[in-house]
Design a protein around this ligand. Structure first.
Ligand SMILES: Cc1ncc(COP(=O)(O)O)c(C=O)c1O
Length: 501
């Protein structure tokens, strides 16, 4: 067979081979000026966040501008696109950079993190491994994080896009290591159901993950929690016994280090004991709280976390870094590699050259191509130091405790859960109203807080009742910001009562 150099149906116009088209700027100086303006504008915006409300919803004009444009075939130019970004995109975020954003558990980001992401993009590294600096940086960050978490020096790990992916990686290793058969080769066909245990407060990543791994939601055994929203460890033990008796195969217990609803931290030491006794994998979902171990004051809350077989945690939540960055640590490096390594000829390691050292991160996770998330973690850890980060975490916890006490002292407000970490859950409960009316009022107050630009809190349901959550995980919040919330609540409750009446 003779090759022509191109597919016979392609019929290329050979003259275009001489044109030298590129996507680099034709005028580098003009582009440099635009790029500097982009950075200046971004920093201006960041340094004046308090001058604006946390959230501004996209107007009808913005929705129209961002929804109906036909595929741009002709170039519009970077200047034009940037002008549209400033007008239609930049102002309309959910608001998570703002000092009075306390919804869910979102990252505020840092100016250094922003620049680190820009630098990572400028390097355009594919952080799959290879003989390059990005590999060394990521391995260093993993080593630092393992040390901070009390994991052994030879533990494995990988930076992930978020807590969901980090947990998925941990649970995939758990499944393959403890299934008792070769899952990678045979799948789950003809095998007893594998079961995984975690509290009813376990984040919904777990069901998504079990569905994705072909185990099905039924494989998740939701274990009751106590009044403090921590898992009932004896109930896990009873469920394991019952499941084994029914012919199922328990493989893993998940402890949560900071639930999304209330910040509750399971008794990780007791779960570690149980997992050890039962021969199960112990996975910790520390997306919300695990980094708290950086603070000597908070560290005792996480007792037992260092005994986990795998530990997933976000750096774009309580680590304050911009999206996306999380980490999963796996104690048994071989089990980690055995779950993800492949044998494709085009990915083969070499002893020398660019591929020396291999594609180490392709063997630790699902993705092959990855961006250089570790750079912002590396820069932040070095520039700020763990002590400063820990001091801000302590400040968050102090704010949450003080806010909890202040809210509880307001008329018509009830705290609905103990402040176990950095989350305050409260509800509007005027005397003489029914629980259903209180649900409606609480929801109305939540939405009005957002819509009036007072603060962005989020809502959830605890024991069947609607509550407002304030997650104090924001490095920009000062106590004065919480005072803005406290000052506004009585009047907003008043308006909400009149609206609903
Ligand atoms: C406890 C917990 N686990 C996992 C996740 C998922 O993390 P991510 O949003 O980074 O994927 C969250 C998200 O809020 C969470 O709160």
């Amino acid at each position: 067979m003779t090759y022509t150099g191109y597919h016979h149906e392609m019929k290329p116009d050979m003259k275009t081979a001489d044109i030298d088209l590129t996507l680099d700027p034709q005028d580098w100086e003009a582009f440099r000026a635009l790029a500097h303006r982009m950075i200046d504008d971004s920093l201006d915006h960041l340094s004046t966040l308090r001058d604006r409300p946390p959230w501004t919803p996209p107007s009808a004009e913005v929705v129209a501008a961002l929804s109906g444009e036909p595929l741009p075939r002709a170039p519009q130019g970077a200047e034009q696109v940037y002008a549209e970004f400033l007008q239609h995109v930049l102002p309309y975020t959910a608001g998570n950079r703002h000092p009075r954003f306390w919804g869910w558990m979102k990252s505020n980001g840092t100016p250094l993190g922003m620049m680190a992401d820009m630098l990572a993009a400028s390097m355009n590294v594919n952080a799959v491994g290879m003989n390059q600096s990005a590999t060394l940086v990521e391995l260093q960050v993993i080593k630092w994080l393992a040390e901070a978490m009390g994991f052994p020096k030879d533990a494995s790990g990988i930076m992930a896009s978020g807590g969901t992916m980090a947990n998925v990686i941990g649970l995939a290793v758990a499944r393959n290591a403890r299934a008792g058969f070769d899952v990678r080769q045979n799948g789950l066909y003809g095998q007893p159901r594998l079961t995984v245990y975690g509290s009813t407060e376990t984040h919904s990543w777990v069901t998504k993950c079990l569905e994705l791994m072909g185990m099905g939601r039924e494989s998740f055994r939701a274990v009751p929690v106590g009044h403090d929203y921590r898992v009932d460890v004896d109930a896990i033990r009873r469920m394991i016994v019952a499941d084994r008796a029914a012919g199922l195969r328990p493989i893993c217990v998940i402890g949560t280090a900071g639930t999304i609803n209330t910040g509750a931290i399971d008794d990780l030491d007791a779960i570690a004991d149980l997992a050890h006794e039962e021969g199960l994998w112990f996975h910790v979902d520390g997306a919300v709280g695990s980094l708290g171990v950086l603070s000597p004051t908070l560290r005792p809350l996480f007792h037992g976390q260092a005994r986990a077989d795998s530990l997933a945690f976000d750096l774009h939540k309580w680590g304050y870094l911009p999206y996306e960055v999380a980490c999963v640590l796996v104690r048994d490096a071989k089990a980690h590699r055995d779950t993800f390594a492949t044998a494709a000829s085009y990915l083969k390691t070499e002893e020398r050259g660019v591929l020396a050292g291999g594609l180490v991160f392709a063997e630790r996770g699902v993705e092959l191509s990855r961006n250089f998330k570790a750079l912002k973690a590396w820069m932040a850890l070095k520039a700020e130091g763990t002590e400063r980060i820990a001091a801000i975490m302590q400040q968050n916890v102090a704010h949450a405790c003080r806010l909890g006490a202040a809210l509880a002292a307001l008329p018509d407000v009830t705290l609905e859960a103990p402040v176990s970490l950095n989350i305050v859950c409260w509800r509007v409960t005027p005397p003489g109203t029914t629980p259903v009316e209180q649900d409606q009022l609480t929801r109305e107050v939540l939405l009005r807080l957002q819509e009036t630009g007072t603060a962005v809190c989020s809502g959830t349901v605890l024991r069947g009742r609607t509550v407002i959550r304030v997650a104090a995980a924001n490095h920009r919040s000062r106590w004065a910001d919480f005072e803005v919330l406290l000052a506004a609540v009585p009047a907003i409750i008043d308006v909400a009562r009149r609206t609903i009446a």
